[in-house]
Design a protein around this ligand. Structure first.
Ligand code: MRU
Length: 348
């Protein structure tokens, strides 16, 4: 399985996902601003991977703070944390990771600054390693929802590359394959940045899991022909009522799945939930450069000057979601109750 991100002495090395699958190139981030750029420009992407990168980026940034005074250190660190949170707006994992790192600084208010810096680096490594274990648990929990001989539709990339490793939606698929289930995956290409054809197809081919790529607009055609048994995707943020933000195009897949009586599953860690958010309408949706739609690899696709809209995510209302697979349990509707029960028990 290809690694996503790692510490490389006092730098952070990120597999540059913009270049995959043609080139496996490490992008070396030497400063905390380098990490922000890598997240913004999607050298690293996928909600849990963004969280891991943010925690490492803050640990890296803390090394450059020169003061030994705790209050002055905290002031500079909080400013870095503020900037990091703005890197991409939709993924809940980014804020979750930043707040966890702030928690370390607050907890160590009687320690020397050097010790805090060491603890921040350690914490970022723990976040990375725990994320892999969490995804393996999601995989094990989700196994029961995957029948033998299933054809599974997925969208975008919710695999090892989108996380610390193993993946969420692809984690469930990987676990089913490892358990000996005979499965096939259909992935849509996922315009405009093609995470489906570039990254998901790449990961599945590496694992010898049969995969076929379709264009985004073909999903309904294959559902109606009864060639898809279930849909499973990841999430960027899940509100307290179960409404889920994920890659643009997820909503239409969910509606089509309901129309064709096909189960539609979300696989996500608890760090993707935003239990304080009432519903999906309150989730901020990232608007990206229209040039990502009108051009590809620097080549203009449309007429010069043509305008485009480029929301990176959409909201799937909870009523279309058959179940949400987490590392703790499989949540079933009505989500308002199941999510608040889950977070109630996590906080206890
Ligand atoms: O814009 P991206 O590539 O970061 O979008 C990624 C997705 O939408 C994923 O499905 C989501 O982050 C879950 S990744 C486990």
């Amino acid at each position: 399985m290809i690694p996503t991100i790692k510490w490389d002495n006092n730098c952070i090395a990120i597999i540059d996902q913009r270049k995959l699958p043609r080139k496996k190139e490490w992008l070396v981030c030497r400063t905390f601003q380098d990490v922000i750029s890598a997240i913004r420009e999607m050298a690293i992407r996928g909600a849990p991977a963004i969280g891991v990168a943010a925690s490492m980026g803050l640990a890296l940034g803390s090394q450059t703070i020169t003061t030994e005074n705790y209050e002055a250190f905290t002031r500079e660190f909080l400013e870095m944390a503020r900037q990091m949170k703005l890197a991409r707006p939709t993924a809940a994992n980014l804020r979750w990771a930043v707040e966890r790192m702030i928690g370390i600084v607050e907890m160590m208010n009687h320690n020397a600054v050097e010790e805090i810096k060491g603890a921040l680096k350690k914490e970022s490594q723990i976040i990375l390693e725990t994320d892999i274990q969490i995804n393996q648990k999601i995989g094990q929990n989700g196994l029961q929802l995957i029948p033998d001989n299933a054809t599974i539709l997925t969208h975008c990339n919710a695999g090892a590359l989108a996380t610390g490793g193993y993946g969420t939606a692809l984690g469930v698929i990987r676990a089913a394959h490892e358990a000996g289930k005979d499965i096939r995956v259909i992935v849509d290409e996922t315009r405009p940045l093609l995470q489906g054809v570039r990254l998901t197809a790449f990961e599945l081919i590496e694992e010898n899991i049969p995969v076929t790529v379709i264009v985004d607009s073909a999903a309904g055609y294959f559902m109606r022909k009864k060639m898809i048994d279930l849909v499973i995707i990841g999430a960027d943020r899940i509100a307290s009522n179960g409404d889920t933000a994920n890659k643009i195009g997820s909503y239409q897949l969910a509606v089509l799945a309901k129309e064709n009586t096909i189960p539609f599953y979300i696989a996500a860690p608890l760090s993707t939930f935003d239990p304080d958010l009432k519903n999906g309408d309150l989730i901020p949706i990232e608007e990206r450069d229209p040039g990502e739609v009108t051009s590809f690899n620097g080549h203009l696709l449309g007429p010069k000057g043509v305008d485009a809209l480029n929301p990176a995510f959409d909201i799937t209302p909870a009523k279309y979601i058959s179940a949400i697979i987490t590392e703790r349990e499989i949540l079933k509707p009505p989500y308002k109750g199941s999510i608040s029960d889950l977070f109630g028990s996590v906080l206890k």
